[in-house]
Design a protein around this ligand. Sequence first.
Ligand code: SF4
Length: 314
Amino acid sequence: MPRPRRLSPARAALLGPALDRFQRGYDAAARIGFDPVELPRRYRDPGDAELVGLLAAALAYGRADLFKPQLEKVLAAMGPEPARFAAALAERPEAGPFAAFRYRFNRPEDVAALVAAAGWLRREHGSLGARFAALLGEEQGSGEALRRALARFGRELREAPPVAGLLRRRGRRGLAHLLPDAALPGACKRWNLYLRWMVRGPDAVDLGLWRGVSPAVLCIPLDTHVARIARYLGLTDRSDLTWRTAAEITANLRLLDPADPVRFDFALCHLGMSGACPARRDPQKCAACPLREHCRAKARGAGRQPDCGFRSTP
Ligand code: SF4
């Protein structure tokens, strides 16, 4: 097995200030409307925001212009106090309020199970953040504490008492996709995105609601955009979207900012999502890119970037 890529001190000393300038100068306000984090940001009540954040992160797969209208239907069905709605649904589980929802292979029962499970966990522990912080505390010192806490958190939601009745006829596959098992090899991008939203900040992007968890322990939400650009920047040589790759990238980002290693994520992700760093070479875009001095793949002509062939692991 190849050894993890580790930034040299000299390269870290150059890349750190460059990424810092890039992240601080990034116009997040111009991109927030394209990102599902704008949904939890609509709510002032922390309970509503953490609940809507869980829904938005769980359903943030595929294209944003397709899943966001479905999320709007879910939020409309829950009314102005989603946490109160979830608490009531945990008492009387039913899928009826979400009858208008359809997204890929997820159906109203899956969303109802997710909302009712979150309502139940909040009732048992006060908040989702309190429960996650407690699990993380129990896993400290075990190695991969964040991942192990996430695996337990997901399992508690998937196995919450209101879930069984809602999914009796449908089966558990839909909820298993919405709440993936962090013990499996996948990068768990949506889980790590949810944690970033809840733990980091507050700032122009993230909400900073879960004060019981340190931003220092977070793992980067790895998707194709972040993986590709991280590779360009020499943060990894790996070509798979796995937790191992996310951990390697995060370990290198931690050399640049030990207290807040995933603060670069929004800007890096949207650099790719927006098309400012396309998968196909574009010399004009590279010439304007603030990271060009540190990029191993900056364009020298037309054609596909040499190192963007990422393999997805579910
Ligand atoms: S220099 Fe070009 S390839 Fe490199 S990150 Fe910037 S836009 Fe992407």
